[in-house]
Ligand binder design. Structure first.
Ligand SMILES: [Zn+2]
Length: 94
């Protein structure tokens, strides 16, 4: 059976979907939530608001559906590690 380029494209989409599903089970979702409602819908749990020990920015701690603690910039759905990766050298995962 001859394969067209379009068939191959579909196949790689499916492969990617499966891979995303697998890594979501292992590492958590690859896609980041786009709203706070979505975070809650996905099973994120808000814990507390605090200030980054390094830069002083207000950050919110959330627990991901996989039980991982993540620091988000307060009032947003952007991880603090994304905008200020340097802050995590000393903070570790606390
Ligand atoms: Zn910081």
């Amino acid at each position: 059976m001859r394969r067209s380029v379009a068939d191959l494209g579909n196949e790689s989409d499916q492969v990617r979907e499966v891979r995303e599903e697998l890594s979501a089970m292992i590492d958590g979702p690859l896609r980041y939530p786009s709203s706070r409602d979505e975070m809650i819908e996905w099973g994120y749990k808000y814990t507390r608001l605090t200030n980054c020990k390094k830069c002083g920015a207000a950050i919110e701690w959330w627990v991901t559906p996989n039980g991982k603690r993540v620091a988000m910039n307060a009032g947003s759905v952007v991880g603090h590690w994304k905008t200020n990766p340097g802050c995590f050298d000393r903070m570790g995962h606390k």
